[in-house]
Ligand binder design. Structure first.
Ligand code: SF4
Ligand code: SF4
Length: 394
């Protein structure tokens, strides 16, 4: 198994292109916190030259798994798969991460119980943990999650098609109103929506912790549920989930959910121009949207069609969230966030738009003088509520 990764890594010519976009290298410039250096360490680990020491663990686990290196390597080396495999090898000697791995396993096995416990603790335990810097600030948890059992949302008129929504854990338990917005917009575009019974965590948090067997189990369950549906698309409001279903499942279980796509890819040919929203906005690119799915023009095009003036860079950097990364690599995460805050503050934007629940949580920690919203909120506002009244929908 390991030799498969070694063969890929051995193609590396050390050109260093992968580290030019590596956000952890930008935040803490050192060969060991950059993509090329990590690859070299993994090579030594896989070939038995390096021992799985705590230091080696730290270097590999200081990677946020953004995927920028994969996109930039001219030789097509799959650095992400090597990193996942490296984490799986290192996990065996990483006792310090055992608690986090157990908690993640329990939360995924009993998500409703974890959610209820989190709701109970959000006014007592959480504030103390946030003050101690152990967990990031969480928004107030909703009274109930989005998905309970199988739910089908029918259209009022003849349907144009059928779409499955992969809610993902953060939309389901933290931001269900965003999921409701997506269902709303799809229904108004005459798409029947299904939230199937049996969806489970996409498996990405497990991969990030080196828990490959657990991740594969999740992938098999979700594949079983979603591949049987007769739908035009599988949409998620979280690009990490979409990337995992579409591009990582084939590497994990040999088959992926091809119909998984980002909402901007699905909506790009379904929303006409309007100039209803008079705003100046900056778009924050979630890493797994731009690097994982290769999507960056469609959300910007949709934003412009809504009448919003786009300001800021053509491509933003990583916000430093990375799921569990912001807890295990606090300093790096804060440094990466500082950069984003500076870019936003010096822009003329009155709103920050992104399309990832994790980025919303992270950016909201520091951007408090203007709203940070999900793209679906803009779509709902610009193209549905007001657009519908004026016949702007197709
Ligand atoms: S995944 Fe991102 S943080 Fe990790 S090595 Fe690659 S570019 Fe750097
Ligand atoms: S871009 Fe590819 S070939 Fe160049 S150093 Fe990185 S992994 Fe090696």
């Amino acid at each position: 198994m390991t030799s498969r990764y070694s063969r890929d890594i051995n193609k590396c010519v050390r050109c260093g292109r992968c580290k030019t976009l590596c956000p952890t290298y930008a935040a803490a410039p050192s060969e060991m916190t950059g993509a090329r250096g990590r690859l070299r360490l993994l090579q030594g680990l896989f070939e038995g030259k390096y021992l799985p020491t705590r230091q080696l663990n730290q270097h590999i686990n200081s990677c946020i798994l953004c995927g920028a290196c994969n996109r930039s390597c001219p030789l097509g080396i799959d650095l992400m798969e090597a990193l996942y495999h490296g984490k799986a090898v290192l996990k065996r000697s990483d006792r310090r991460g055992a608690l986090l791995r157990s908690l993640t396993k329990m939360s995924v096995a009993w998500p409703d119980m974890a959610y209820k416990a989190a709701r109970m603790g959000q006014r007592s335990v959480f504030p103390a943990l946030v003050r101690m810097g152990i967990i990031p600030a969480l928004p107030e948890l909703p009274e109930s999650p989005l998905r309970m059992t199988e739910q089908v949302f029918k259209t009022q008129m003849k349907k144009k098609g059928r779409v499955a929504v992969f809610t993902g854990c953060s939309i389901n338990y933290i931001f269900p109103h965003l999921g409701e917005s997506l269902i709303h917009v799809l229904n108004r575009l005459f798409y029947e929506v299904i939230l199937p019974k049996g969806e489970t965590c996409c498996g990405s948090p497990f991969r990030g912790l080196g828990m490959e067997d657990e991740a594969v189990r999740q992938a098999k369950k979700n594949y079983e549920v979603f591949s049987r549906l007769k739908v035009d698309a599988i949409l998620s409001l979280c690009p990490t989930c979409t990337m995992t279903l579409k591009y990582e499942y084939p590497k994990m279980i040999g088959k992926g959910l091809d119909k998984a796509m980002d909402i901007s890819t699905f909506f790009i040919d379904k929303l006409d121009h309007t100039d209803m929203i008079q705003k100046k906005a900056i778009f924050h690119d979630p890493c797994h949207l731009s690097f994982g799915l290769g999507v960056s023009t469609e959300p910007r095009e949709i934003i412009k069609r809504a009448g919003v003036e786009l300001v800021g860079p053509a491509q933003s950097g990583c916000c430093g969230f990375g799921g569990l990364f912001c807890m295990s690599n606090k300093e790096l995460s804060v440094e990466m966030l500082r950069e984003r805050k500076a870019t936003i503050e010096t822009s003329a934007a009155d709103t920050v738009i992104t399309s990832c629940p994790g980025c919303i949580m992270q950016l909201s920690r520091t951007v408090t003088d203007r709203p940070v919203i999900h793209l679906i909120e803009l779509i709902e506002d610009a193209f549905y509520f007001r657009g519908e009244e004026q016949g702007l929908l197709f």
